[in-house]
Design a protein around this ligand. Sequence first.
Ligand code: IPD
Ligand code: CA
Ligand code: CA
Ligand code: CA
Length: 286
Amino acid sequence: LSETGTSPQDLAGIAEEVARAAGRLIREQRPTRVEVAGTKTSQVDVVTQMDLASEALIRAELARLRPGDGMLGEEDGLIPGTSGLTWVVDPIDGTVNYLYGIPAYAVSVAVVSGEPVPGSWQVEAGCVHAVADGRTWTAARGRGARLDGRRLEIGPAAPLASALVGTGFGYRSRRRREQARVLTEVLPRVRDVRRIGSAALDLCAVASGQLNAYFERGLQPWDLAAGALVAQEAGATVSGLRGEPAGEVMTVAASPATHEALVALLESVRADAEELPDATEPAAAG
Ligand code: IPD
Ligand code: CA
Ligand code: CA
Ligand code: CA
């Protein structure tokens, strides 16, 4: 597989080790008041010092443990490697929760072979570590998913009308306007909707039964790499719409029958429709 022949299970162990180390940093050095260090794609897309510190720690650890591998992180981009493997890392998924002291945030670490692009990659292993309560999901390709070491198997499919459905919203107002429209179609047709605030935890919640389904538009590679493998290895179907792989246009995760019904609904309401320009946001802001 890699230059060192490491198995997906070994890689999952490394992902977990690194995610836990970053989690300790985030927990122990959480300032009493977390400050915004900057904004990114819009005014509400914030980054804190701890996002940067967490990614720096993960980069240093992986450079030490896996010197030939590439690394793609949310805050510092891609450094290509030579082994064919790339680590795909979200140093804090759920930054807004972290900022407000809401405990739903996680470190997400995955390793992929092939291009580090959803749809082209094969996710070999991943770990999602919920920093505040310590819950840790791991998955190795073909070897199942685990929560705190206990094997996960997704429950029976829920009819859409009784499904608890997670979703999330991007940071740009144009996209949010579209997402609000889609929500008006979905909400009346399901048990209820949750906006937990961490895509990685949403995908893991599908794997361990806290959500029956999850969908979101606009996810980036680091949001979904580890969580999608956890969901899949627990028995969920994870995809986009119209036969596309999961990715930025759409990610839908649920047990197979629920997934099919949710995909049909999202297709029928054109949840992947092009966004309309929005007067409240200059086009240049992305
Ligand atoms: C965000 C979270 C959120 C999702 C956004 C992501 P961040 O990641 O996963 O739940 O709705 O699309 O950008 O910025 O907290 O790492
Ligand atoms: Ca972010
Ligand atoms: Ca994220
Ligand atoms: Ca992040």
